[in-house]
Write a protein that binds this ligand. Structure first.
Ligand SMILES: [Zn+2]
Length: 251
């Protein structure tokens, strides 16, 4: 056997071995085999600019697969007040996000849209300001430095927008998913309402804030009210229950 022939033959043999399909060596067509290459088409999320619009399930998968390189131990709840339900037409999520982004940059002088997350009346969730960057906003640096800000589209002061069941579920669900992600137990220290922070001093007053120095945000009708006892009695138990379900489904 001359040398050239041996090389060509050897090469051919190795190509043949490489392309013999697994079925030919005894594996059933739907059986997995070592060395199999999976083709999982990447799911395209709905995006516009920096804004990513997601369902609850998409948000969960996105969150548990993302790496956050700063400490997060406060989840902030806000309502947008303006825009409110009457500005939402079911398909203008991105338009509303761009509107808020422009307002925050041009009128408020912030570097980007203030909030990391926005929830909508149809239960959709947008991630805007990257999680690795602390939120901005009137709540102040103490709440923002290690915070994640959630803006819930609507005016949830009593007598105004009545929160939809879908948005309610989304707010509970994402607060629970974030608590799981960052290892938080729902309490007045870990899940905070804007109403509890003094607008002038930027310190946390809880229920002692004088009306003229606190916002009603996230609304006097937010899960039954905006006081600490409203949060403890009406909101945290829902979040804790959903956390257990999320943790059980991840085992
Ligand atoms: Zn607020």
């Amino acid at each position: 056997m001359n040398k050239t022939f041996a090389i060509v033959f050897g090469l051919l043999l190795s190509i043949l071995i490489a392309i013999v399909p697994a079925q030919a060596v005894g594996a059933k067509p739907d059986q997995l085999y070592i060395g199999q290459v999976f083709k999982i088409p990447p799911k395209k999320l709905s995006m516009q600019g920096q804004h990513i619009l997601m369902t609850r399930e998409e948000f969960r998968d996105w969150l548990f697969n993302s790496h956050v390189n700063r400490k997060v131990n406060i989840i902030q709840q806000h309502h947008t007040w303006l825009p409110s339900y009457k500005h939402f037409n079911g398909s203008n999520h991105f338009k509303m996000l761009m509107g808020m982004e422009n307002f925050h940059k041009r009128k408020m002088g912030w570097s980007n849209i203030a909030q990391n997350i926005t929830t909508f009346p149809d239960g959709k969730i947008a991630v805007s300001r990257p999680f690795n960057i602390a939120p901005e906003g009137t709540i102040g640096p103490k709440a923002n430095t290690t915070g994640i800000a959630i803006e819930n589209v609507g005016n949830f002061d009593k007598g105004h927008d009545v929160m939809t069941a879908e948005q309610k579920e989304t707010i509970v669900y994402i607060t629970a998913a974030l608590s799981v992600k960052f290892g938080l137990t729902p309490s007045i220290d870990s899940i905070t309402y804007h109403h509890w922070w003094n607008l002038r001093t930027k310190q946390r007053m809880l229920d002692r804030g004088p009306d003229y120095n606190v916002k009603t945000c996230p609304g006097t009708g937010f899960f039954g009210g905006n006081s600490t006892s409203d949060a403890i009695n009406n909101f945290y138990p829902l979040v804790s229950r959903r956390m257990q379900e999320i943790q059980a489904s991840r085992r």
